[in-house]
Design a protein around this ligand. Sequence first.
Ligand code: GRG
Length: 309
Amino acid sequence: MRQVDAVIRERLSSRVALIDQISRYIVGAGGKRIRPRLVLLFARALGYDGPDQYELAATVELIHTSTLLHDDVVDESDLRRGRATANAMFGNAASVLVGDFLYSRSFQMMVSVKNMRVLEVLADATNVIAEGEVLQLMNMHDPDLAVDEYLRVIRYKTAKLFEASARLGAVLGGAGAAVEEACADYGRSLGTAFQLVDDLLDYEGNSDELGKNVGDDLREGKPTLPLLIAMERGTAAERELIRHAIEHGEQQKLPDILAIVRRTGALDATREAAQEQADKARESLFVLPESEARGALLELCFRAVHRSS
Ligand code: GRG
């Protein structure tokens, strides 16, 4: 990961001072670096140890960073990675445009490994992520959203980049089609578990630990799984309160809604859904030979569910 960080730092450089300033601001704030870890671990689990793993791991982290810059503008968020968001510090225009710089820099990096399959994987993934965000936009303020539609959004907006990262590791490791699919399945399931927990932490998390504000999903009127389950299980009055809060983005109702999602067991049910996905991810790993890297991938299944940040 130190080598990945070195590649990231090097690739952030630009002749334009504001680009350097903003990109180093967000990247310097850290982040868990899960997606690049997937590239390295799958490559290693399959016996690859060449330099392209660092370039591709850095590429997926820059794609992720560019989506965060865009997402914080779309969501009007003001806290990320324990710091003021780039949009809060530098404004929306600068954030979107530096997001574009990082996104297009990631193209330069992916092309540099000269492998058509890599380009295909990342072109498809980024396209699906954008579709996911637009779908989510269409679903805002809709309390009647079906659970399957909600799951589709999280597969697209979050799990797809996990899937692509795992797949890239498999491609570097020269995996055959069946093994590559198993690695991709792992990424998809882990990414789904990860986003389910993200949605859960927006209700029961702690802003200091998370480094971002809790309650933002409610402010935006996002119908996430804790609310969908609470509406299904709650009384008519509770259902009506949640419906109204989703329709109008009533963040001031957070304490009432927290009480309902807790009482109805909606938070536990969301965690159980995440656990099922993590178990699925774990099962996908058994096509890989036993190794330290496979052990670390198993450990990530646990951490995706039992995390507070
Ligand atoms: C530029 C391809 C492109 C698309 C723009 C705005 C947008 C379309 C996509 C946003 C997708 C998005 C932010 C999904 C949420 C994913 C998510 C769970 C982010 C948080 O990931 P962590 O917890 O963050 O891994 P850290 O800070 O640890 O890196």
